[in-house]
Write a protein that binds this ligand. Structure first.
Ligand code: SF4
Length: 357
């Protein structure tokens, strides 16, 4: 481990960079309301700032206080979240808002340990809320921070190992100036996002480069070290969009799987990808359609890449001559359809094919 002098160099250079060169603007920056900080942090888990900003603005506009969020119908909150993915965040958001409203009269906890107890909040988010809202001395440690520290200090311990997580947490805590935790945390997060980026970091204009291990050893690409390689699973979805008069058949996904609580059309998951014609020839649609149903459209190949899975498939539209008999799928009209939250795979398709609905 490097000397306290190196620690001081790191902290001072970083804070100087923050004062002189950090022009990263985000609507929640310098926010002191723990509710809004929490909202922004939950939205930003797994989401880029560029994508998350409009969602944050919409949420704050519609639910300016935690009490208003707690009172909102679940379907309305999910609709606002539509397109962001990782819907467990949305479920936790609502559950936590309701818990704080009922048990704490809408007052967000102001101690790190209490914040950490809330659903969907881990050490990183708890440290962000504790430091930004209350200026408590807790260092944030996320992927951005670990990347910066691993490169600068030349740490080989994998960032996704238990040992690595502990090591980075200890180091981050040692580096944190206890008299200005909010400022320092914001600085290192912004620095990781704009200078010491995952790809093509701006080493040539980096104020840390004189003592950066990775830069000095010409090994920036070697850090951070990761233990596990992500293996993506391929899944093939064929959606039957069946309509009878102005009614479409949908269901809510309740099983423990991706897109839980979101809505979908009639789904057939297949072990391999096929052309729509080949899928229709499997004969699986017959039980749903009746003899006189008419096919009106089959889509081109649609794809969505998630963190652990790639979804590919087609949408096939049929007009029915009689209502569908199903306990699983419910008929709804176009106006109701527009109020439900669908996974991005479906929502994007519907947005691009309004003329077919
Ligand atoms: S010199 Fe490059 S790798 Fe090192 S901290 Fe700066 S941006 Fe990151």
């Amino acid at each position: 481990m490097k000397s306290p002098k190196t620690h001081l160099f790191f902290t001072q250079k970083l804070l100087h960079w923050n004062r002189s060169s950090n022009d990263r603007a985000m609507p929640w920056k310098f926010e002191k309301d723990p509710y809004k900080i929490w909202l922004s942090e939950i939205i930003l888990q797994q989401t880029r700032v560029e994508q998350g900003t409009s969602y944050y603005n919409e949420f704050v506009k519609k639910y300016p206080t935690i009490r208003l969020l707690a009172k909102a119908p679940e379907s309305e909150v999910f609709k606002l979240w539509e397109g962001l993915g990782y819907y467990s965040r949305c479920r936790n958001l609502l559950a936590t808002a309701q818990q704080i409203t009922q048990e704490r009269k809408g007052q967000f906890p102001d101690q790190y340990a209490d914040i950490l107890q809330l659903k969907g909040i881990g050490p990183y988010t708890a440290a962000a809320i504790a430091s930004f809202a209350y200026n408590l001395p807790y260092a944030v440690v996320d992927g951005n921070v670990m990347r910066v520290l691993s490169r600068f200090f030349g740490i080989q311990t994998p960032i996704d190992s238990a040992e690595g997580k502990k090591q980075f947490a200890v180091l981050a805590d040692q580096l944190l100036p206890k008299d200005q935790p909010a400022l320092y945390n914001q600085a290192i997060m912004d620095f990781g996002a704009t200078v010491c980026k995952p790809q093509s970091p701006h080493c040539s204009r980096c104020p840390l480069r004189a003592q950066c291990h990775a830069f000095q050893q010409n090994k920036v690409d070697h850090f951070p070290v990761k233990e596990k390689r992500l293996v993506k699973k391929n899944r093939y979805f064929f959606y039957l969009i069946a309509s009878y008069k102005d009614q479409y058949y949908v269901r809510q996904r309740l099983q423990k799987d991706i897109w839980q609580h979101l809505y979908e059309f009639i789904l057939f998951e297949e072990p391999k990808l096929m052309q729509p014609d080949d899928f229709i020839h499997l004969g699986k649609l017959q039980q749903w359609l009746g003899k006189k149903a008419k096919m009106v459209h089959a889509s081109s190949l649609q794809k969505q890449t998630l963190t652990h899975q790639t979804i590919a498939g087609h949408f096939i539209h049929f007009q029915l001559h009689a209502p569908l008999q199903s306990n699983e799928y419910t008929p709804i009209n176009l106006r109701q359809l527009s109020q439900l939250a669908f996974p991005k795979f479906i929502a994007q398709y519907m947005a691009a094919n309004k003329h077919l609905l």
